[in-house]
Write a protein that binds this ligand. Structure first.
Ligand code: CO8
Length: 304
């Protein structure tokens, strides 16, 4: 843990308390600004189902912490996760985010016990699961998912929402919803298909068969797979720290253009990239980065 891992977070006018589904919508609050404190130990009375730390300079870590249910993703957990992500998003000192679970489970899916009694009308009218997507639409800072153990159903979908997955070779990914008489509902059929192609995605989703972290790496679902949990965590932190060391402006732009490739055709995507590339000539950090190269010194980013 980084010794100075203690910071005061201003939650920028958003309600920081967790516990109600309403808060997961990232809506501005009329309440006064609150200061949330968290420490390197992860102890934070605000959260019951996650731990929030700053293990390296510029790196915010969220650890899913519902061990008795293998980190099953209940609505209160997702509400806390959204709150923590939003807090990191609005904390200037946080430049990259790591999302992880335990060695045994990243997350074993949406909470089956919570879902079992749902009716069509209650799920539909309350937009059940919709708030999960806040992560992909609201978060501008890069998010790495470090996956060990089970990443099933909603757990797999949550990992797929991250910008990059690192995992152990033995991690257990899968979309087993078919075995429960349902289908992926948090983007799995779309993101997994984009990652592995239609044939493999069909096989995985129609059979509910799991795939290993090693396969996830081979198929391009995960960026890297590691031999041990310790290595996974160390390398994930190192990568997050590396990203945190670059210009925030360039990092945000890089994330934006890569994500656009998932939505646009090649021609539009390349044009979008070029526009953003041109725009970066207006940033101070582009001048600093290229100037520092010429002067053979380390760049001092201003995030301008
Ligand atoms: N939800 C709730 N509780 C869970 C879940 C879950 N997804 N997964 C595990 N648990 C609980 C178990 O019930 C058990 O609790 P208890 O001790 O009170 O009985 C505890 O966690 C430990 O689990 P196990 O004893 O089963 O542990 P094992 O090591 O034997 O097995 C497995 C681990 C293989 C991961 C097993 O727990 C399992 O199969 N879990 C369910 C996996 C699954 O099917 N996930 C998909 C859920 S559906 C989903 O995510 C859909 C998302 C999108 C929904 C969209 C709706 C609109």
């Amino acid at each position: 843990m980084h010794p100075t891992a203690r910071l005061a977070v201003r939650s920028s006018g958003f309600r920081a308390a967790a516990g109600t589904a309403r808060l997961s919508r990232f809506q501005p609050s009329t309440l006064p600004r609150v200061v949330v404190r968290f420490s390197s130990s992860g102890s934070n009375p605000q959260y019951e189902f996650i731990q929030v730390t700053e293990p390296r300079p510029g790196v915010g870590q969220i650890t899913l912490n519902r061990p008795k249910a293998l980190n099953a993703l209940s609505t209160p957990l997702i509400t806390e996760l959204n709150t923590a992500l939003l807090t990191f998003q609005s904390t200037p000192s946080i430049r990259a985010i790591l999302l992880t679970g335990s060695q045994k489970a990243f997350a074993a899916g949406a909470d089956i016990k919570e879902m079992a009694p749902l009716t069509f009308s209650s799920a539909y009218l309350n937009s059940f699961i919709e708030s999960w997507s806040n992560l992909t639409t609201t978060l501008k800072k890069p998010l790495i998912a470090a996956v060990s153990g089970h990443a099933l159903g909603g757990g797999c979908e949550l990992a797929l929402m991250a910008d990059m997955i690192y995992c152990t070779k033995t991690a257990n990914f899968g979309q087993p919803e078919i075995k429960l008489g349902t289908i992926p509902g948090a983007g799995g059929s779309q993101r997994l298909t984009r990652a592995v192609g239609k044939a493999k995605a069909m096989e995985l989703i129609l059979t509910g068969k799991s795939f290993s972290g090693e396969e996830a790496e081979q198929w391009g679902v995960a960026a890297r797979a590691f031999g041990s949990y310790e290595e996974l965590m160390e390398e994930s932190l190192k990568t997050a720290e590396t990203i945190a060391g670059y210009s925030k402006v360039a990092v945000q732009a890089a994330k934006e253009v890569v994500n656009k490739s998932q939505e646009l055709g090649l021609r539009d995507g390349v044009e979008f990239e070029r526009r953003v590339f041109h725009a970066l000539f207006g940033s101070e950090d582009q001048k600093e980065g290229m100037g520092a190269f010429g002067e053979k010194r380390k760049a001092q980013w201003k995030d301008q």
